[in-house]
Every structure is written in structure tokens, then in C-alpha cells.
Design a protein around this ligand. Structure first.
Ligand SMILES: Nc1nc2c(c(=O)[nH]1)N=C([C@H](O)[C@H](O)COP(=O)(O)OP(=O)(O)OP(=O)(O)O)CN2
Length: 158
């Protein structure tokens, strides 16, 4: 028996991030932004003493991490050829930049999955509670999902 629970920080909470996919040939190479949505899917074979997979109200640190990374941020890929230009924008107070290994919904989902998995361990919620997946949505039509590949998902990719 596996129990699932989910937590969604939707578009309505305003995690507004600007980014670009510099390798794209389309308009996606231009800076553009979305109020990103994040959906966490947790799983457990056994519930805690309250009969919960994970406390819905106990995830505020995860929300804070999302805010630190995506709220009013300009997210830049570490290999963006214009990286120095973004740093200059930050120095001038025009952009609050966050440099990540890669940019795009799939990579945002992977990045958040890694952070959230570590957090579960730190909080001693893992290994009982595992992070099954993280979904990142740009808007109602576009999303990407990063899924743990083993039942030890709460302890992998660390
Ligand atoms: N698999 C992915 N594909 C794309 C991503 C992504 O993160 N993962 N990102 C982009 C662009 O950055 C952009 O966010 C999407 O723009 P666009 O392709 O124009 O998509 P729209 O939904 O706005 O376009 P419609 O034509 O209205 O469908 C591109 N691809």
C-alpha cells in the first residue's frame, strides 16, 4: 500500500520568474517570465502518528526556498554566454539574478526535486516519506515533471 499526498504552490501565489533558454532558436531565447507553479507529490508506505504522509502545513521552508529561487528573480543558466551581462544588471540593481546549472521547466523541476529531497532527510521525514515528483508549470498548458526513479526516491539525487 502506498499513500500519496500533494502540495501545490500555484500561479496565484506569484512566484514570478524571468529567464531565457539561450540555446533556443525560437523566441524562447529572449527573456520572458511566468508566475511559475510547483506541485510536489509525496509518497509513503506508512503514515505518521497523525495518519499523514507529510504535514501540509509543515512545508513552509520549501515554500521559502521557492521564493528565494524564483520570486522576482531572473534565473540564468550558468553557461549562458551573456552571464556577465546579467551580473552587471544585478550590480546596477536592475535584476535579482539566480544562477542555476540549467534553465527550463524540466531543469527547474530537477533542481527543486533535489533540494526538497534533501530537506525531507534533514527534517527526518525521509526515508518514510519520499518525494515522488515535482511538477513545474509555466501556465495551464505547459509543464514538466521530474520524477524519482526508485522507491528510495527520498534519498537519491543528493
Ligand atoms: N519541454 C520544454 N519546452 C519548452 C520550454 C520548457 O521549459 N520545456 N520552454 C519554452 C519557452 O521558454 C517558453 O516558456 C514557452 O514558450 P512557447 O514555446 O511560445 O510556448 P507557448 O505555450 O507560449 O506557445 P503556444 O504556441 O501558445 O503553445 C519553450 N519550450
Amino acid at each position: 500500500m502506498t499513500y500519496l499526498s500533494t502540495k501545490t504552490y500555484g500561479h496565484e501565489i506569484g512566484l514570478s520568474a524571468t529567464f531565457r533558454q539561450w540555446r533556443a532558436l525560437s523566441h524562447c531565447r529572449l527573456l520572458h517570465g511566468y508566475s511559475l507553479s510547483f506541485r510536489f507529490e509525496f509518497e509513503a508506505d506508512t503514515l505518521d502518528d497523525k495518519n499523514w504522509v507529510v504535514d501540509f502545513g509543515g512545508l513552509k521552508e520549501l515554500k521559502a526556498i521557492l521564493e528565494d529561487t524564483f520570486d522576482h528573480k531572473t534565473v540564468v543558466a550558468a553557461d549562458d554566454p551573456e552571464l556577465e551581462w546579467f551580473h552587471e544588471a544585478a550590480r546596477r540593481g536592475v535584476a535579482d539574478i539566480v544562477v542555476l546549472p540549467a534553465v527550463g521547466c524540466e531543469k527547474f523541476a530537477e533542481h527543486v526535486y533535489g533540494i526538497a529531497s534533501k530537506w525531507l532527510l534533514t527534517e527526518r521525514l525521509a526515508p518514510r516519506c519520499r518525494l515522488a515528483s515535482v511538477e513545474v508549470k509555466e501556465h495551464g498548458a505547459n509543464s514538466a515533471i521530474y520524477r524519482g526513479t526508485s522507491r528510495a526516491a527520498g534519498q537519491r539525487d543528493l
